[in-house]
Design a protein around this ligand. Structure first.
Ligand SMILES: Nc1ncnc2c1ncn2[C@@H]1O[C@H](COP(=O)(O)OP(=O)(O)O)[C@@H](O)[C@H]1O
Ligand SMILES: Cc1ncc(C[n+]2csc(CCOP(=O)(O)OP(=O)(O)O)c2C)c(N)n1
Ligand SMILES: [Mg+2]
Ligand SMILES: [Mg+2]
Ligand SMILES: [Mg+2]
Length: 287
């Protein structure tokens, strides 16, 4: 079985690790730092039954604005390419994406339309960030603390049938304001937790060449959300970040310290190795 992270190693061998180890890429244009990110979602793996087309548009915009936010950037614009199984779905999807963009300060500024046997949406986000506020997955240092915003696991709980968290799942809120505030406050590394805390800790560990020691008791849990869900389920779009102890609290950011950065290279929870699993795309074939 291979997953998207295995394939990313292939891509990284061709275009360079630098380009595959962050939520976004950064391109310098004159004095500006332009932030770019793209995501593909499709019906069978990302849009649970019962979602409206408006929510599908909203979620598609939100996942990409979340990546832009995780770099400390201000979102500017979003492009949405829709591979439609039914042509009439375009109106709801576009309205949802536009509403999400407007809520978070971006413009839905273009896209593409084609036929596809399975509804497939690709969103590409563009943002801007100053040198000093640009954040990546690469700055975590041993001795830093590691923190998350919001309450992870709610989207996962909804997938397991908890109706109270349905909106968390289908209308996720990218942490655009929080990402910016944390960047300005001077965190050392940052990413979003779209694929769950466990996988995100491994991603951060790989990019920063550090380890983590977190504690189950520290995980912020909403009612009915198990520590297991908080660690291993995705779709919540909080931010995972590291920083020196002196930086918190950051006014306007609801976050929780879940552990510390170590130099071991291992991701441990209460002294036990965290499983490297979460939300990932898988193929049966070997490569
Ligand atoms: N097929 C690809 N070609 C080039 N770069 C890719 C490809 N897939 C992913 N990447 C890049 O690898 C990085 C990590 O991707 P990913 O783990 O999907 O990030 P995220 O989950 O934050 O969207 C991103 O910067 C992304 O742009
Ligand atoms: C079946 C299902 N599981 C989980 C989710 C929650 N969810 C919504 S978008 C998303 C992440 C999108 O994954 P990916 O395309 O890998 O985006 P990236 O992590 O690369 O930003 C998740 C986990 C969902 N909507 N449906
Ligand atoms: Mg991301
Ligand atoms: Mg993404
Ligand atoms: Mg991705």
């Amino acid at each position: 079985m291979v997953d998207d992270r295995d394939l990313l190693k292939v891509v990284s061998g061709i275009i360079g690790e630098e380009r595959t180890s962050d939520d976004c890429c950064m391109i310098k244009v004159g004095d500006d730092n332009i932030i770019l990110s793209t995501d593909m979602l499709h019906e069978s793996t990302d849009f649970p039954r019962g979602m409206t087309d408006w929510q599908i548009g909203w979620m598609s915009a939100a996942v990409t604005l979340s990546d832009v936010a995780s770099c400390g950037a201000v979102p500017l614009a979003l492009l949405l390419a829709a591979g439609l199984d039914e042509p009439e779905r375009i109106s709801g999807i576009t309205a949802g994406a536009k509403d999400c963009c407007e809520r978070f300060g971006a413009e839905l500024a273009g896209g593409d339309i084609d036929f596809h046997s399975e509804l497939t949406i690709v969103t590409t986000g563009i943002g801007r960030v100053e040198d000093e506020y640009y954040k990546t997955r690469r700055g975590a240092k041993p001795g830093d603390i590691v923190c998350v915003t919001g309450t992870p696991g709610c989207a996962g709980a909804a997938l397991e049938g908890s109706e109270r968290y349905w909106k968390n799942l289908v209308e996720p809120l990218p942490a655009v304001r929080e990402g910016r505030l944390l960047a300005v406050a001077g965190v050392s590394s940052m990413m979003d937790v779209s694929d769950g805390i466990a996988l995100s800790l491994y991603d951060l560990s790989g990019s920063s060449c550090v380890g983590f020691e977190i504690s189950m008791d520290n995980l912020p849990l909403s009612p009915g959300v198990s520590p297991e869900m908080a660690l291993y389920s995705g779709g919540d779009f909080g931010l995972l970040f590291t920083c020196g102890r002196d930086i918190l609290p950051v006014t306007g950011v609801d976050c929780t310290v879940i552990g510390v950065v170590t130099d071991s290279g291992e991701v441990l929870c209460d002294g036990v190795l965290v499983e490297r699993r979460g939300y990932s795309h898988r193929w049966m074939e070997e490569i």
